[in-house]
Design a protein around this ligand. Structure first.
Ligand SMILES: [Zn+2]
Ligand SMILES: [Zn+2]
Length: 244
């Protein structure tokens, strides 16, 4: 009988430090890669039904545009369109939390693949073949050790053979967290947060902005504005999660 030392090692590690589901705390199989149990994994909600043609939010009752886009509330949204892989439900929140705040950078791979699946579901994104992750403020990135959107964008670019544009744009203001702010306050908060430092990389290009979670679209919208002001020919946004 061949002895699989890796498996034995993982088993021992599991006995010493049992893996538990990042959402419900249930014990996980010792070979589990993702930090969610099968039930929580099954509760993730891919956005596959009818969506607003512009902002991508799910539509309950048909039509082409959501209330906000019809009423021009999203008029400030510079990007031509926004698409997201999943609704931001509690299970996905736990998964993204493990990725961003508990150092599970290995999750960039499965989560980036999910972005790739969402990209395939939306042929209208095909025209945007340059990818830019939403940049973090330099101090924040140093503190965290990585930019989660950049890791996701890297996997997406590799899988879909898109060009990852590095260093074209920077976050020049350390904006406080958007959590708990009203929509107006969020727009004010991210105003002039980004600067295109290498406009020559942007000129005439159609850029896909990648982010982990889209809430009010204030951040992605402000970045789209900076890219287009620097000469990008068009912008679209793809995010892992969409908050309703
Ligand atoms: Zn669970
Ligand atoms: Zn809309």
């Amino acid at each position: 009988m061949k002895i699989d030392l890796t498996k034995i090692g993982r088993y021992l590690l599991h006995v010493l430090l049992p893996k538990t589901c990042a959402h419900c705390g249930e014990d996980l199989h010792y070979l589990a890669v993702e930090p969610l149990c099968p039930a929580c994994r099954g509760s993730l909600e891919p956005i596959t039904g009818l969506i607003c043609r512009k902002c991508g939010s799910p539509l309950e009752s048909g039509g082409e545009y959501c209330f906000n886009c019809r009423g021009h509330k999203n008029a400030r949204l510079k990007a031509a369109l926004v698409r997201s892989a999943f609704s931001f439900n509690p299970e996905l929140r736990s998964l993204i939390h493990a990725f961003k705040y508990r150092g599970r950078t290995d999750l960039a791979e499965p989560l980036g693949m999910e972005l790739g699946r969402a990209y395939d579901r939306h042929p209208e994104l095909k025209d945007y073949n340059f990818v830019i992750p939403v940049p973090l403020f330099a101090d924040k990135e140093r503190e965290r050790g990585f930019n989660q959107s950049e890791l996701l964008a890297g996997v997406l670019a590799r899988e879909k053979r898109l060009f990852l544009l590095k260093g074209a744009v920077e976050r020049v203001r350390n904006t406080p967290s958007q959590t708990g702010l009203s929509k107006e306050a969020r727009l004010e908060n991210v105003k002039a947060a980004f600067k295109a430092v290498k406009p020559e990389l942007l000129r005439g290009r159609r850029v896909l902005i990648v982010d982990d979670v889209a809430t009010t679209l204030a951040t992605a919208g402000e970045l789209a504005r900076a890219l287009e002001d620097a000469g990008a020919a068009g912008t679209a946004v793809l995010t892992l999660a969409r908050e309703r």
